[in-house]
Design a protein around this ligand. Structure first.
Ligand code: TUI
Length: 308
């Protein structure tokens, strides 16, 4: 099987999570320049904003980078065409099944790496032409599936014969090594990158990640069909309380979560904001440069030493 580093033409087998409102050209170019695969998170942005982010990233790095398309977005279809026009080489997808776009992207010669929360979807997409699959466990931040990284990664590895990239709960070299032992050929990281100098979020958000302990995240939206992992605060308590009320619609709940993400990201509102983060927040102890974070994950790893 082809090494992920050769497939993506990167120094480290590390992909950045496409975090809505956070994974801008600033973060993506910093990750690519440091040797990982930077990803622009299209999130809920419209096609013009994503195109602008792509062009700014091209100006900041000569290294490969990709775009994550969040499939619940009303702009997903328009963005799916624009990325072809812009010559994007790597696409990751999240929060849905990208099946309807696969043929178009493969015909354009793109590397397509869907994020999946289950064996069934991994199998389906590997048959439809995916080049690799990101398997995201429930430890991850933001919108998540139900299965843990530890159990899901080996099950997907047994079920498909394209490279598997593990996501959810990985923040240091132990996580990278564990993922490879389970059969993965790379990792996707998000939460640990929030606590970086380059990450374009409010300082309060970064400091909240550093301060987080193991039990500080909670999942809102279980039962409404859109589970989202966030740091516990007044907002998450309000959300969980509202969810008990059968009169409140899924749409109202989603507006509450996504709208309040920007309060945390831009205003640093740690009380009413939705502070999306994974369980690995408890492993993050300081704010560092992206380069230091990637080196800390890869250099001490047994994967790097060639003993895995
Ligand atoms: O997508 C993510 N993480 C996200 S998206 C996001 S924006 C948002 N905010 C509130 C509610 C909904 C979205 C914040 N964080 N990670 C990748 C991921 N994909 N996790 C889970 C999935 C997933 C879920 C279901 C992928 C496919 C899927 O398919 C269902 C189907 O149609 O078969």
């Amino acid at each position: 099987m082809k090494d992920l580093r050769d497939l993506l033409n990167v120094e480290y087998p590390i992909i950045q999570g496409g975090m809505a409102n956070i994974s801008t050209h600033v973060l993506a170019s910093a990750v690519s320049n440091a040797g990982g695969l930077g990803i622009i998170g299209a999130g809920g942005w419209d096609v013009d904003r994503v195109r602008d982010e792509i062009r700014k990233t091209k100006a900041l790095t000569n290294k490969p980078f990709g775009v994550n398309i969040m499939l619940l977005s009303p702009h997903a279809e328009a963005i799916s065409d624009m990325v072809i026009e812009e010559g994007i080489k790597v696409i990751t997808t999240g929060a849905g099944n990208p099946g309807i776009y696969m043929e178009k992207w493969k015909n354009a010669g793109m590397i397509v790496i869907p994020i999946v929360p289950s064996v069934a979807l991994a199998k389906r997409l590997s048959r439809t032409g995916a080049d690799a699959i990101i398997v995201e466990g429930t430890e991850a931040g933001g919108h998540i599936g139900e299965i843990t990284t530890f159990t899901l990664v080996p099950q997907v590895c047994d079920a498909i014969d394209i490279p598997v990239i593990a996501a959810g709960g990985i923040a240091d070299s132990r996580g990278l090594d564990a993922a490879f032992v389970l059969g993965a050929r790379g990792v996707q990281i998000g939460t640990v990158l929030l606590a970086s100098h380059e990450c374009p979020i409010h300082e309060n958000y970064k400091n909240r990640i550093v301060r987080a302990k193991d039990t500080d995240t909670v999942v809102t939206g279980r039962g409404t069909g859109a589970p989202v992992r966030v740091i516990k605060n007044k907002m998450s308590r309000k959300y969980l309380e509202l969810a008990k009320n059968p009169e409140i619609s899924l749409e109202e709940m989603e507006i509450l979560t996504l709208g309040s993400l920007s309060k945390a990201v831009f205003n640093g509102d740690m009380i009413n904001g939705s502070i999306m983060a994974g369980q690995s927040a408890g492993l993050v102890k300081e704010i560092r440069s992206i380069r230091a974070i990637l080196e800390d994950i890869f250099e001490p790893s047994r994967v790097n030493k060639g003993t895995l």
